[in-house]
Design a protein around this ligand. Structure first.
Ligand SMILES: NC(=O)c1ccc[n+]([C@@H]2O[C@H](COP(=O)([O-])OP(=O)(O)OC[C@H]3O[C@@H](n4cnc5c(N)ncnc54)[C@H](O)[C@@H]3O)[C@@H](O)[C@H]2O)c1
Length: 246
């Protein structure tokens, strides 16, 4: 076992599968205690069981303030510090400005944007008491450029990028770092949502001509979570095989 997150407690939202699960596995390898926080109960519980004493599952809908309070309350009752929050939970939608509904737009904003806001707010007080913390917000390449066929998603991921910078500004004096990560095409269930006509083509848009495994994103998130990135805050970290080069 490595020691890059020794004695750290990390909450990973959307940790039951995909990138969040890869981060949970990697964090545990490096000595962290991980709270897998998700609405997918059975997958999250199975992963926590696989990871043993170094992980636990917590039902958390990121849009629900009471769920956040219960998650933080459980950790403080157990005497744990909250060292790391990875705001990774997210949903994807294929829509267009002229063909989206208010309900669809608001649902995407609620999970991808309000969920990140509530998460940062929920951990900020504890991290201030500790005078340390690292928050990693998972945005996307869609938060670096406009995406006509993912209108609501792109808006939400730009908001994550903006929230990251404003929160980083506010929290820097308390030694709490906040950074955003911008993945490209990552092999998770989310990629399966691409329409059939785009599936064979998607990798040809990537200069490196391939999608990535979730574990490749986890390496970057681990570095941002750890003290190795101690002077980085309010910054954007791209992991996309060159997709956003233009
Ligand atoms: N896969 C990609 O190509 C890609 C690219 C760029 C960014 N991202 C972002 O990476 C993050 C992780 O996605 P992934 O690729 O692992 O996809 P995924 O669909 O496998 O994982 C998303 C996770 O978020 C959880 N989730 C959804 N709504 C939730 C809610 N309200 N509360 C709590 N958890 C909720 C899901 O249950 C799931 O476990 C997302 O924010 C996504 O937008 C993905």
């Amino acid at each position: 076992m490595g020691k890059r997150l020794k004695d750290c407690t990390a909450i990973i939202t959307g940790g039951s599968r995909g990138q969040g699960a890869a981060e949970a596995r990697r964090f545990v390898e490096e000595g962290a205690f991980v709270v897998i926080a998700d609405v997918l109960d059975s997958e999250g519980q199975a992963l926590a069981q696989e990871l043993g004493d170094s992980a636990t599952f917590q039902h958390l809908d990121v849009t629900d303030e009471d769920n956040w309070a219960a998650t933080i309350g459980r950790l403080t009752d157990e005497g744990r510090a909250i060292d790391v929050l990875v705001n990774n939970a997210g949903i994807l939608l294929f829509d267009r400005l002229t063909r989206s509904s208010r309900e669809d737009f608001e649902r995407v904003m609620e999970v991808n944007c309000t969920g990140v806001f509530l998460g940062m707010q929920a951990v900020a007080d504890e991290m201030k008491k500790q005078q340390s913390g690292s928050i990693v917000n998972i945005s996307s390449v869609a938060g670096l450029q406009g995406v006509g066929f993912q209108f609501s998603y792109s808006v939400s991921k730009w908001a994550v990028r903006g929230m990251t910078k404003s929160a980083a500004h506010e929290l820097a004096r308390d030694n709490i770092r906040v950074n955003s990560v911008h993945p490209g095409l990552i092999e998770t269930a989310m990629l399966d949502q691409f329409p059939d006509n785009l599936q064979p083509k998607v990798e040809s848009f990537v200069p490196m001509r391939r999608s990535a495994e979730a574990a490749e994103v986890a390496e970057l998130v681990l570095w941002l979570a750890s003290k190795e990135s101690s002077y980085c805050t309010g910054a954007e970290f791209v992991v996309d095989g060159g997709l956003s080069i233009g």
